[in-house]
Design a protein around this ligand. Structure first.
Ligand code: FAD
Length: 323
């Protein structure tokens, strides 16, 4: 009986969200019993032994040339085979773009339910219980798992990784059956974020701009603060719909869900659909000229003022602090 973690890799590098998922698996294993086993689908080993330091005792490598790119059916076949091979009692994914696609496929193949986008896992009376935001983050739902294994995806940036310095995971090949000759869907390319910036969902700091900026020509103010803080730029849907910013930057119910250490909302009113994408951020700073703006209800720090005056001054102060 193991706790199985899907190890996500892109371009031959393990993604940091997998270390977060392994961290939570390690904490669960201390209560439920282990071991913590990873399963990674890749064209070649992306350095899986090093995941011992992140809490994995063993990692199964499902190697296939087609896995140079993400493949829904192939990965689902491999992870399902891994869950059966290790007798998994819990199977964890990150609720990343890939995890959102893969977790339901694996749960269906295992004929069990799935708790998605969880923000907490706990063991109550010996049973795993997951907490997940519902109704666009207005409420939290606690769900138990009547069938085994319990399958859940974890919201990125919510769970802390562990550090077991020097530990090495045992890596072995996973036998699995998958007919790659007749794919139902093929990934033809990946459009990555430009400018070498961290992915929005993996950033420690996000500075988002809204309609209060009045036009795309003023977004350089948001970019300047983001640069000074080493942050990634996000946006409200209003400005994405207006064509001021690309859709990849949209935060919210129909955009990306982010949980950075620091989220700065500039000229964003705080509509429920926006809050759904950022309210689990560790520290929220809101800059808005309307003291009644709903964003202030979730903000840890609120700055009531005109962003055209506040942003340049704030950016200058941050630059001074960073030397
Ligand atoms: C099904 C559905 C899904 C949706 N999904 C999303 C989503 O994923 N993400 C999302 O963001 N929205 C989403 N929305 C839209 C959402 O309801 C809001 O319309 C949107 O978030 C508003 O964007 P905003 O805050 O930038 O604009 P506004 O609501 O227009 O707010 C602008 C704010 O800027 C402030 N402001 C103006 N001038 C200044 C100034 N000079 N200085 C400081 N502050 C100033 C104003 O006081 C105001 O609070 C969705 C809506 C629906 C119906």
């Amino acid at each position: 009986m193991s706790i199985l973690v899907y190890i996500e890799q892109r371009g031959g590098a393990v993604r940091s969200v997998s270390r977060e998922t392994l961290g939570e698996a390690t904490r669960l294993a201390a209560v439920l019993g282990g071991p913590v086993v990873g399963v990674c689908c890749a064209a070649a080993d992306p350095g899986l032994a090093a995941l011992g330091e992140a809490g994995a005792e063993q990692v199964l490598l499902a190697a296939h040339p087609a896995f140079a790119q993400y493949d829904s059916a192939g990965h689902a076949a491999a992870v399902t085979a891994a869950a059966k091979q290790v007798g998994a009692k819990v199977v964890l994914f990150s609720a990343s773009s890939i995890g959102k696609d893969l977790a339901p496929r694996v749960a269906a193949r295992l004929s069990v339910g799935l708790a998605t986008d969880c923000t907490a896992l706990a063991v109550e009376s010996g049973r795993l219980v997951a907490t997940r935001p519902v109704f666009a983050g207005k409420a939290f739902q606690k769900v138990a798992f009547p069938a085994s294994p319990a399958v859940a995806s974890l919201r990125p940036k919510v769970f802390a990784p562990v550090s077991a310095a020097g530990a090495v995971a045992a890596v072995s090949a996973l036998p699995f059956e998958w007919d790659a000759s007749a794919p139902r869907a093929v990934v033809t390319g990946l459009a990555g974020a430009s400018g070498g910036k961290a992915d929005l969902t993996e950033s420690e700091i996000v500075v988002s701009g809204g309609r209060g900026l009045k036009g795309p020509e003023h977004f350089h103010l948001v970019e300047a603060l983001a640069d000074a803080l080493g942050a990634t730029v996000g946006a409200s849907r209003a400005v994405v719909d207006a064509g001021w910013r690309p859709h990849g930057e949209q935060v919210g119910q129909t955009g990306k869900v982010v949980s950075p250490k620091l989220y700065v909302a500039v000229g964003i009113s705080g509509a429920i659909q926006h809050l759904a994408g950022m309210s689990s951020s560790r520290c929220i700073v809101a800059i808005n000229k309307d003291p009644e703006a709903p964003i202030f209800k979730v903000a840890d720090y609120g700055l009531v003022g005109d962003l055209f005056e506040v942003l340049p001054a704030l950016t200058a102060e941050v630059r001074k602090l960073h030397g």
